[in-house]
Design a protein around this ligand. Sequence first.
Ligand code: PGA
Length: 241
Amino acid sequence: MIVAANWKMNPELSVAAKLASDYCAASVAGVTRILFAPHPYLVPIGVRLEGSGILLGGQDCHPSAFGAHTGDVSTGMLRDCGASVVLLGHSERRADHGETSELVAAKAVQAFSSSLSVMICVGETLAEREAGNALATVLDQLAVSVPPTLPTTALTIAYEPVWAIGTGKVATAVEIAEMHLGIRGWLDEAGFDQTKILYGGSVKPGNAAEIFAVPHVDGALVGGASLIAADFDGICAAAAN
Ligand code: PGA
């Protein structure tokens, strides 16, 4: 199981440092933990994580190796700052920055060339689900976002229904099961048979066990609850069971 914390643009550094230390204090056997920290925090937070086994990740990268791209961060820079993984195509980036699945694929190729593994996010909006197009939307996103050349062990998929992110609304076990089965089928067909599939969207300690019991759920991508160490630890404990 994998449990990944997505801090997004939170919190202030002193709080972040304490949070990272609290993560390290929890003993979690059999669960891979990943922390996607804001870029300016990668180095100071990486120092806190040393020896903990928690993997450090960036929340985005540029598709080019370097160049005149003011404000952007390269995959080599992420690597130099201690990251081993990068989160790509989060719905907030797709919405806030107009990121397309084509761009996500280009970033993934660049990330892998810098020896970073990638976690690619997919998910439907409420309108797409209500129109009966949830699975088709997600499979279309996968088909374009996932570079066919990526090794299966370098890729993780996070299924995050957009309407469940930060809203307190969680997909039902049946909805999650249908989607994860569909994603599993697509991945296996495309040769990504070792790729894990995480669920994300308002995962909390109180609902984590039920979500982890759903077939083909290999862990969680956690936003809000990852900002409270006890909640993140509770989700990790549910994953360990
Ligand atoms: P949430 O965010 O857990 O706050 O819903 C999840 C995410 O956006 O990765």
